[in-house]
Design a protein around this ligand. Structure first.
Ligand SMILES: C[S@@+](CC[C@H](N)C(=O)[O-])C[C@H]1O[C@@H](n2cnc3c(N)ncnc32)[C@H](O)[C@@H]1O
Length: 209
Protein backbone atom coordinates (compact mmCIF):
# COMPACT_ATOMS: atom_id res chain seq x y z
CA UNK A 1 0.00 0.00 0.00
CA UNK A 2 1.28 3.48 -0.85
CA UNK A 3 2.14 5.71 2.11
CA UNK A 4 -0.24 8.30 0.59
CA UNK A 5 -3.25 6.00 0.82
CA UNK A 6 -4.13 6.71 4.50
CA UNK A 7 -3.50 10.44 3.94
CA UNK A 8 -5.79 10.52 0.89
CA UNK A 9 -8.50 8.80 2.93
CA UNK A 10 -8.08 11.34 5.71
CA UNK A 11 -8.26 14.19 3.20
CA UNK A 12 -11.49 12.96 1.60
CA UNK A 13 -13.09 12.54 5.04
CA UNK A 14 -12.86 16.35 5.43
CA UNK A 15 -15.57 16.55 2.76
CA UNK A 16 -18.00 15.45 5.50
CA UNK A 17 -18.04 19.12 6.52
CA UNK A 18 -20.46 19.80 3.62
CA UNK A 19 -23.11 17.77 5.48
CA UNK A 20 -23.81 20.98 7.37
CA UNK A 21 -25.06 22.72 4.21
CA UNK A 22 -27.96 20.45 3.40
CA UNK A 23 -31.21 22.36 2.86
CA UNK A 24 -29.42 25.66 3.47
CA UNK A 25 -28.90 27.29 0.08
CA UNK A 26 -27.65 30.62 1.48
CA UNK A 27 -24.91 28.87 3.47
CA UNK A 28 -23.89 26.83 0.44
CA UNK A 29 -23.67 29.93 -1.78
CA UNK A 30 -21.62 31.79 0.89
CA UNK A 31 -19.29 28.81 1.21
CA UNK A 32 -18.63 28.76 -2.57
CA UNK A 33 -18.22 32.55 -2.67
CA UNK A 34 -15.07 32.03 -0.59
CA UNK A 35 -14.06 28.64 -1.98
CA UNK A 36 -14.36 29.79 -5.63
CA UNK A 37 -11.11 31.77 -5.17
CA UNK A 38 -9.14 28.62 -4.31
CA UNK A 39 -11.20 25.94 -6.00
CA UNK A 40 -9.19 25.28 -9.17
CA UNK A 41 -5.91 25.46 -7.25
CA UNK A 42 -7.19 22.95 -4.68
CA UNK A 43 -8.25 20.53 -7.42
CA UNK A 44 -4.78 20.68 -9.00
CA UNK A 45 -3.29 19.38 -5.73
CA UNK A 46 -4.63 15.93 -6.63
CA UNK A 47 -4.05 15.15 -10.33
CA UNK A 48 -6.18 11.99 -9.93
CA UNK A 49 -9.31 14.17 -9.60
CA UNK A 50 -9.18 15.57 -13.14
CA UNK A 51 -7.82 12.30 -14.57
CA UNK A 52 -10.74 10.28 -13.20
CA UNK A 53 -13.31 13.01 -13.86
CA UNK A 54 -12.37 12.97 -17.55
CA UNK A 55 -12.28 9.16 -17.46
CA UNK A 56 -15.97 9.28 -16.44
CA UNK A 57 -16.84 11.84 -19.13
CA UNK A 58 -15.18 9.79 -21.90
CA UNK A 59 -17.36 6.82 -20.93
CA UNK A 60 -20.62 8.79 -20.95
CA UNK A 61 -20.56 11.74 -23.36
CA UNK A 62 -20.97 11.28 -27.15
CA UNK A 63 -20.33 13.78 -29.97
CA UNK A 64 -24.04 14.26 -30.83
CA UNK A 65 -25.05 14.88 -27.18
CA UNK A 66 -26.66 17.82 -25.47
CA UNK A 67 -25.17 17.34 -21.98
CA UNK A 68 -26.40 18.68 -18.64
CA UNK A 69 -23.69 19.26 -15.99
CA UNK A 70 -25.33 19.52 -12.54
CA UNK A 71 -23.36 21.71 -10.11
CA UNK A 72 -20.89 22.63 -12.86
CA UNK A 73 -18.89 24.99 -10.62
CA UNK A 74 -15.79 26.43 -12.29
CA UNK A 75 -16.40 24.15 -15.27
CA UNK A 76 -13.74 21.43 -15.09
CA UNK A 77 -16.22 18.85 -16.42
CA UNK A 78 -18.25 21.33 -18.49
CA UNK A 79 -15.30 22.48 -20.59
CA UNK A 80 -13.94 18.96 -21.10
CA UNK A 81 -17.41 17.73 -22.17
CA UNK A 82 -17.80 20.67 -24.56
CA UNK A 83 -14.73 19.41 -26.45
CA UNK A 84 -16.60 16.15 -27.14
CA UNK A 85 -20.31 17.05 -27.25
CA UNK A 86 -22.48 19.23 -29.48
CA UNK A 87 -23.66 21.38 -26.57
CA UNK A 88 -23.28 21.48 -22.77
CA UNK A 89 -25.61 23.18 -20.31
CA UNK A 90 -24.13 23.83 -16.89
CA UNK A 91 -26.33 24.66 -13.91
CA UNK A 92 -24.98 26.01 -10.62
CA UNK A 93 -26.35 27.97 -7.67
CA UNK A 94 -23.10 29.86 -7.10
CA UNK A 95 -22.63 32.99 -9.23
CA UNK A 96 -19.01 33.14 -8.00
CA UNK A 97 -18.17 29.64 -9.28
CA UNK A 98 -19.96 30.44 -12.58
CA UNK A 99 -17.99 33.67 -12.94
CA UNK A 100 -14.75 31.61 -13.04
CA UNK A 101 -16.27 29.37 -15.68
CA UNK A 102 -17.49 32.33 -17.77
CA UNK A 103 -13.96 33.81 -17.76
CA UNK A 104 -12.56 30.51 -19.06
CA UNK A 105 -15.15 30.11 -21.85
CA UNK A 106 -14.46 33.69 -22.94
CA UNK A 107 -10.67 33.24 -22.89
CA UNK A 108 -10.86 29.92 -24.74
CA UNK A 109 -13.59 31.23 -27.13
CA UNK A 110 -15.85 28.25 -26.41
CA UNK A 111 -19.28 28.75 -27.96
CA UNK A 112 -21.17 25.52 -27.15
CA UNK A 113 -21.59 26.04 -23.40
CA UNK A 114 -24.79 27.51 -21.93
CA UNK A 115 -24.88 28.42 -18.24
CA UNK A 116 -27.86 28.58 -15.92
CA UNK A 117 -27.46 30.26 -12.55
CA UNK A 118 -30.01 28.28 -10.62
CA UNK A 119 -30.85 25.27 -8.53
CA UNK A 120 -31.17 21.67 -9.63
CA UNK A 121 -33.77 20.23 -10.06
CA UNK A 122 -36.05 23.28 -9.72
CA UNK A 123 -34.62 25.29 -12.63
CA UNK A 124 -34.20 22.50 -15.19
CA UNK A 125 -37.10 21.44 -17.41
CA UNK A 126 -35.57 20.03 -20.63
CA UNK A 127 -34.49 16.49 -21.52
CA UNK A 128 -30.82 15.78 -22.28
CA UNK A 129 -28.88 13.00 -24.04
CA UNK A 130 -26.54 12.69 -21.08
CA UNK A 131 -26.29 14.12 -17.57
CA UNK A 132 -23.05 14.39 -15.65
CA UNK A 133 -22.40 15.54 -12.11
CA UNK A 134 -19.17 15.73 -10.17
CA UNK A 135 -18.95 16.29 -6.40
CA UNK A 136 -22.29 18.13 -6.35
CA UNK A 137 -24.82 15.45 -5.32
CA UNK A 138 -23.03 15.34 -1.95
CA UNK A 139 -24.78 18.63 -1.23
CA UNK A 140 -28.16 16.91 -1.12
CA UNK A 141 -29.12 15.08 2.07
CA UNK A 142 -29.44 11.29 1.92
CA UNK A 143 -33.21 11.71 2.19
CA UNK A 144 -33.26 14.03 -0.86
CA UNK A 145 -31.03 11.92 -3.11
CA UNK A 146 -33.70 9.43 -4.27
CA UNK A 147 -35.75 12.42 -5.50
CA UNK A 148 -32.70 13.83 -7.30
CA UNK A 149 -32.13 10.55 -9.15
CA UNK A 150 -35.80 10.52 -10.14
CA UNK A 151 -35.40 14.07 -11.49
CA UNK A 152 -32.30 13.02 -13.44
CA UNK A 153 -34.28 10.15 -14.94
CA UNK A 154 -37.03 12.60 -15.94
CA UNK A 155 -34.48 15.02 -17.45
CA UNK A 156 -33.00 12.31 -19.71
CA UNK A 157 -34.12 11.36 -23.20
CA UNK A 158 -34.92 7.69 -23.86
CA UNK A 159 -31.69 5.62 -23.65
CA UNK A 160 -29.90 8.63 -22.12
CA UNK A 161 -26.89 8.12 -19.83
CA UNK A 162 -25.75 9.53 -16.52
CA UNK A 163 -22.17 9.77 -15.31
CA UNK A 164 -21.42 10.62 -11.69
CA UNK A 165 -18.06 11.35 -10.12
CA UNK A 166 -17.74 11.41 -6.34
CA UNK A 167 -15.88 9.94 -3.38
CA UNK A 168 -16.58 6.54 -1.87
CA UNK A 169 -19.28 6.62 0.83
CA UNK A 170 -17.59 3.73 2.59
CA UNK A 171 -14.71 6.14 3.39
CA UNK A 172 -16.48 9.51 3.79
CA UNK A 173 -20.05 9.23 5.04
CA UNK A 174 -21.21 12.40 3.25
CA UNK A 175 -21.17 10.31 0.05
CA UNK A 176 -23.23 7.27 -0.84
CA UNK A 177 -22.15 3.69 -0.34
CA UNK A 178 -22.27 1.30 -3.30
CA UNK A 179 -25.41 -0.29 -1.87
CA UNK A 180 -27.15 3.11 -1.50
CA UNK A 181 -26.33 4.30 -5.04
CA UNK A 182 -27.31 1.01 -6.62
CA UNK A 183 -30.64 0.98 -4.75
CA UNK A 184 -31.42 4.65 -5.47
CA UNK A 185 -30.66 4.31 -9.18
CA UNK A 186 -32.62 1.05 -9.57
CA UNK A 187 -35.62 2.53 -7.73
CA UNK A 188 -35.56 5.52 -10.14
CA UNK A 189 -35.69 3.19 -13.16
CA UNK A 190 -32.01 3.21 -14.24
CA UNK A 191 -30.38 0.05 -15.59
CA UNK A 192 -26.92 -1.10 -16.75
CA UNK A 193 -25.50 0.44 -13.57
CA UNK A 194 -21.71 0.25 -13.41
CA UNK A 195 -19.85 1.38 -10.27
CA UNK A 196 -16.07 1.81 -10.55
CA UNK A 197 -13.84 2.59 -7.55
CA UNK A 198 -10.76 4.45 -8.77
CA UNK A 199 -7.61 6.12 -7.36
CA UNK A 200 -8.19 4.91 -3.75
CA UNK A 201 -10.91 7.40 -2.82
CA UNK A 202 -12.97 8.28 -5.91
CA UNK A 203 -16.00 6.61 -7.47
CA UNK A 204 -17.40 6.70 -11.00
CA UNK A 205 -21.03 5.65 -11.53
CA UNK A 206 -22.55 5.15 -14.96
CA UNK A 207 -26.15 4.16 -15.73
CA UNK A 208 -28.71 4.23 -18.53
CA UNK A 209 -32.38 5.21 -18.80
C1 LIG B 1 -17.58 20.74 -5.14
S1 LIG B 1 -18.26 21.80 -6.37
C2 LIG B 1 -18.01 20.79 -7.83
C3 LIG B 1 -17.85 21.61 -9.07
C4 LIG B 1 -17.55 20.80 -10.33
N1 LIG B 1 -18.62 19.89 -10.63
C5 LIG B 1 -16.23 20.05 -10.19
O1 LIG B 1 -16.22 18.82 -10.14
O2 LIG B 1 -15.19 20.72 -10.14
C6 LIG B 1 -20.02 21.64 -6.11
C7 LIG B 1 -20.84 22.65 -6.90
O3 LIG B 1 -22.21 22.23 -6.87
C8 LIG B 1 -23.03 23.38 -6.77
N2 LIG B 1 -24.35 22.94 -6.29
C9 LIG B 1 -24.63 22.28 -5.13
N3 LIG B 1 -25.95 21.99 -5.06
C10 LIG B 1 -26.52 22.48 -6.20
C11 LIG B 1 -27.85 22.50 -6.71
N4 LIG B 1 -28.89 21.95 -6.06
N5 LIG B 1 -28.09 23.08 -7.91
C12 LIG B 1 -27.05 23.66 -8.61
N6 LIG B 1 -25.77 23.68 -8.16
C13 LIG B 1 -25.51 23.10 -6.98
C14 LIG B 1 -22.25 24.30 -5.86
O4 LIG B 1 -22.67 25.64 -5.99
C15 LIG B 1 -20.81 24.06 -6.34
O5 LIG B 1 -20.44 24.97 -7.34
Amino acid sequence: MSIWNPLRKLYIKTTNITNGYHDDDDRLVSFYKLWSKMYDFSIKLDPAYYRQLTNMIKQVVSPSDHVLDIGCGTGLATIYSAQIAKKVTGVDMSSDMLLRLRKKTKAKKIDNIELIEGKYPDDITLEYDSIISSFALVHFSKEMRPLIYESMYENLKENGRIGLFSAQGEIAHAFETKIEIDENLKNSGFHNIVIQDVSDIYRIVIAEK
